[in-house]
Design a protein around this ligand. Structure first.
Ligand SMILES: NC(=O)c1ccc[n+]([C@@H]2O[C@H](COP(=O)([O-])OP(=O)(O)OC[C@H]3O[C@@H](n4cnc5c(N)ncnc54)[C@H](O)[C@@H]3O)[C@@H](O)[C@H]2O)c1
Length: 383
């Protein structure tokens, strides 16, 4: 069967990666950007990546030629005319998205799916400007799109069953791990992962331990690939802080998601992480990373405090039907490389243990952020 043509709007970090994945999966793909320089950069980038895959023996020269032959680059939305699905990956501004979605609908066929790769805007709002809003859907890739296996599929309240099912079938055929989630702030990953950063920052602010010790606790005891501060330095403190602030505001300022002054000040100071040579750690040439305090008892306390907060968040997402149990765990293992799904982790630790920890924190601090989720409580009661 002939594969549907794919359009990608925006040739930045995400758009270029998504277009590469679509072309590698056998679709004729058109990548559109208003900025000619950006388009050229994306083209050169994709060609370089494929050349490297040939060098490594992952792809043959003939395959590379075929993939590159499926890609076209254009500057106008009019070039989406033959597409069966278009994925938008432009600036994260609702007015700009509204304007391009109206423009795209005027060009494409009646049954073309219109998708957004937005990280933080509501899919319902993006779709509201369409004449046929049942064709809107969120298709959220992770960076870098060709390497990260997870894709969150987000039907809006307007999305039809057919559009959800077709979009999921297409992305599944790209050998991605798809999870379906409700159109709620942060979707699965950017919501459930918040305590990994937030609780680590809070522990630091209380003076319990320094950055290196908290990172050591999470990698050495928790088995995470990277500690929270190392990871924030990778992501960039500006970006990570903005995600937290956006999620906080979108949840009507639920104190569970409160951002941290430590991160805000690092961000304001230009200590953004690896990209500026300094974040929580100093990456300047000749500098050495600080040594953690390798105290197993302290490390265990830090790990347990962060992991129960993460598990509580996963329970909240499950309780409010943001996604299925299976999809919540798949999202965290494939979107942010957690060593284990959080709900499976809860079973391993024992639900009564997790509840007890949260209750002790809640009793000690009297702060809403430590309030145990009601589903967790019910499951413990029901044994
Ligand atoms: N960067 C990430 O890690 C990441 C991850 C998941 C999702 N997202 C989402 O993906 C989207 C794009 O993010 P990015 O990081 O790739 O951004 P980016 O800044 O790297 O790229 C955006 C591109 O869109 C182009 N553009 C802007 N307005 C346009 C218009 N009207 N028509 C055509 N092209 C236009 C720009 O020229 C630029 O090339 C955002 O919605 C973001 O929330 C980003």
């Amino acid at each position: 069967m002939e594969k549907t043509n794919i359009g990608v709007l925006g040739a930045g970090t995400m758009g270029a990666g998504i277009a590469q994945v679509a072309a590698q999966s056998g679709h004729a793909t058109v990548l559109v950007d208003v900025n000619a320089e950006q388009l050229q950069k994306a083209k050169a980038g994709i060609e370089k990546v494929l050349a490297r895959l040939v060098e490594k023996g992952t792809k043959t020269e003939a395959e590379k030629t075929e993939i590159l032959g499926r890609l076209t680059y254009a500057s106008s939305i009019a070039d989406f005319v033959d597409c069966g699905m278009v994925i938008e990956a432009i600036v994260e501004k609702i007015e700009v998205k509204h304007s391009v979605f109206k423009e795209m609908e005027a060009v494409v066929s009646e049954d073309c799916i219109l998708a957004s790769n937005t990280s933080s805007l509501s899919i319902a709002s993006i779709g509201s400007v369409l004449k046929n809003p049942s064709r809107i859907i969120g298709i959220h890739f992770f960076n870098p799109a060709p390497l990260m296996p997870l894709v969150e599929i987000i039907p809006a309240v307007q999305t039809s069953e057919e559009v959800l099912s077709s979009a999921k079938t297409i992305i599944d055929s790209w050998k991605k791990i798809t999870v379906v989630c409700k159109d709620t702030p942060g979707f699965i990953v950017n919501r459930v992962a918040r305590p990994f950063y937030g609780e680590a920052l809070r522990i630091y602010e209380e003076g319990v331990a320094d950055f290196a010790t908290i990172d050591w606790a999470m990698t050495h005891i928790g088995g995470f690939r990277m500690g929270p501060f190392t990871l924030m330095d990778y992501i960039g403190n500006d970006i990570n802080y903005t995600v937290t602030e956006t999620v906080f505001a979108a949840f009507y300022y639920d104190p569970r998601f409160k951002p941290s002054f430590t991160q805000k000040r690092h961000s304001e100071a230009g200590f953004l992480g690896r990209k500026t040579g300094r974040g929580y750690y100093n990456y300047a040439e000749g500098s050495t990373l600080p040594e953690p305090v390798k105290d197993e008892v302290l490390g265990r306390q830090i790990f347990e405090r962060i992991i129960v907060m993460l598990i509580n968040e996963a329970f909240d997402a499950l309780f409010l039907n943001v996604a299925s149990r299976k999809d919540i765990d798949l999202a965290m293992t494939n979107g942010v490389n957690y060593p284990k799904g959080l709900l499976a982790w809860a079973d391993d630790l024992g639900l009564p243990f997790v509840l007890e920890k949260l209750e002790a924190l809640f009793a000690e601090y009297g702060e809403d952020r430590y309030r145990p989720n009601v589903l967790l409580r019910r499951m413990v009661v029901a044994n």
